[in-house]
Ligand binder design. Sequence first.
Ligand SMILES: Nc1ncnc2c1ncn2[C@@H]1O[C@H](COP(=O)(O)OP(=O)(O)OP(=O)(O)O)[C@@H](O)[C@H]1O
Length: 734
Amino acid sequence: MKPKNLPREIYNPFTNRTRKGRFLLCKRLKLRPDNYLEEYCADLEVINIMAPIRPAEEAERCPQPSLSEEQEASEYLVARCKKIRTSDYMLFSSDALIHIASDSKASEKYTWLGERLRLTFKMMRSDSRLIRTMCHSHGLMQCSSKNPQVNVIWMGAPVKSVKMRELMPWQRLNQFPRSTELTKKDRLYENIERSKSIFGEAYDFIPEFYVTPRENQKMEIAFDRVLKEVTAAGGELCFPGEFIVKPTNSRQGKGIFFANSMADIPAEGPLLVSRYLKDPYLVNNHKFDLRIYVAVTSFYPLVAYVYSEGLARLASRPYDTSASSADSNEYVHLTNYSINKNSTSFVRNESMSSEDLGHKWTLGALLRYVENEGKDAKLLMLRIEDLIVKSLLSIQNSVATASRTTLRFACTNFELFGFDVLVDQALKPWLLEVNLSPSLACDAPLDSLLKTRLIADLLNLACVPLLDKKIIDSVTPALRKSMNASQDSETSDPDELELDPKCAKTLKRRPVGLKRSVLTKKIVSGNTSLIPNTEKKFDQILRKVELEEGRRGDFIRVFPRNGTWGMYSPVMEDLGSDDFDERLFAEVITKKNMKNSSEQIATSSSSSSSSHSTFSSSAFSSMRIEEVSDLFHDVMMECSKYPSLADVPIEVREIISPWYEEASEYTKKITQDGETYASKLPTIRSTARLRTKSCAEFYEVRKVQMAKKKEAEAVAAKENEPVVLQAVAAKRVV
Ligand SMILES: Nc1ncnc2c1ncn2[C@@H]1O[C@H](COP(=O)(O)OP(=O)(O)OP(=O)(O)O)[C@@H](O)[C@H]1O
């Protein structure tokens, strides 16, 4: 029998160090955080954003618990109060998934904090097992989709802007308003085309395209032109077609076909008809496309990250543009996993020891293959980063405008995009499409490994505040009032802000250790507006960007970074006098550079050969920045002219060299020799599957419905069997 009062190991979730805590200590810990939360509330500006980030002098004022038998707990809390800024936000780790299936003791170090603070999540129009498993593994409770008071909202489809208006500062939603401008095929192409018409060839990374039926006339002319061009060159029209046709809002390769003339185009639309890129770069004679994961934590100013791990999806049959391959067209010319998995030649990558087995490879494996062929894979990745940044810039204005009216608070939104990129023979990347909620299915061991890390890093970037539900409940009514008031704002007097009776009651029975005066002063009197103004929002974004730097995991920040303002500002739209992008660059990059160089000077002041900074080279100063920018975009677009870094003019090479170095991250292996990895997602222990009552009921109903549906399908299949066989037999006879 298990002896009573058996010591239990408690882990500090932020250091991963085992804490030799006991039940007693655990209890203490449960009380102590209220001290911490008191501090939290003392910084009630927090309510305007997220968690507090304390200036140094304020940290000094943190309560210093006296040294006692719970010294460890105290030290831990003091450390948190003083300097561990990241600890004000939930830390997600893919390691948490290792224990969630069985060992409750081992998983506690990941779940206790989420459970203690009663953090919650909900999923709408998405049933991603990975998201659910990740959240449960960190002690988050799942709520029904109707519950408005959750910490993390995961949406699988576009969210209405009214819903976004209700977001609270501590909530996190995986979507920005109007991001469909990027994820709807026709809108994406039109936005990039618009940017191209303004800024020229810098935006030349999508194939020629037309949207039916509104551009039928233009398309007809294009079909004629292509035919003339091909016959004039003495060739034949490409097989399977000079154009590829896709429904504008379909996925997984559904409804795709090829066309050579207007007669091939059906009247009903809308369809995106784009030029078929018939010279793809081949891997072992197979066509492939790349799935690149991109996280955006702010659109204005733009803050974008590219994940260093991605996927390469190979077609299951060798590439062939002769008509003889007609019967297996889709397995030759389309690279979607959802299509090729049905091919008899498709080979699954079931092994963890190899990243380049079968028809799904890691991005790193693909790049290493390219390098082995003597090509510059890292420069290819810089070009991919460039097309990602430009795609995001092409919709920046739309998203920024929508955000101004839709989002009350800064930092509540983040988004993960799946960029599909095709690489041609000249190693030029072409953007095919951008996925709104890229598949998080874990069909192969590689998927599980890559995607669990991806989601953990993504949620870390989102910075989910560690705010106790008691606090949230206390402040929500006042905040809601303030939000409503702000609609007819300027005229209203914030001092008239009354505390909701429910809120007042909560404050009377205030959470342990929570000073009422603090709340009263800051919220009840309402002496400052609870809705941040634009300037305040900018400050909050700035602080979050700094914070993200320590939480980005395997994400590489591609915008802003050293040199981006100079290179991209000439191809960016003017979004008004705020100049957020420029200001963010100045704060995050220029200041850091100045600090670094002054440190360098200080350390190497005695040395005569001073190291030259990126910005002080003679080559750079001999050209105007606009000229360097033009040259940079030329380098990014003209792949045959600049096939490797050595071919890039020195002025541009100086700027992109640090990016190039960072691009080594993409070519790394994601597995380690001798390590074993889980081949699929764990089944969450039922005790760890925390759900609210209504959510549990919903899942019960769904379970019954699914069982019934399966049963009905089985019955129908049985009944139809003879009919199908008959039909097959009849077909054979014919
Ligand atoms: N212009 C093109 N030239 C060459 N091949 C193309 C082109 N457009 C698409 N393809 C091929 O067709 C496949 C499907 O295209 P696309 O990704 O746009 O469709 P989808 O149905 O949205 O796929 P998913 O949503 O699964 O990524 C691509 O993976 C690529 O192999």
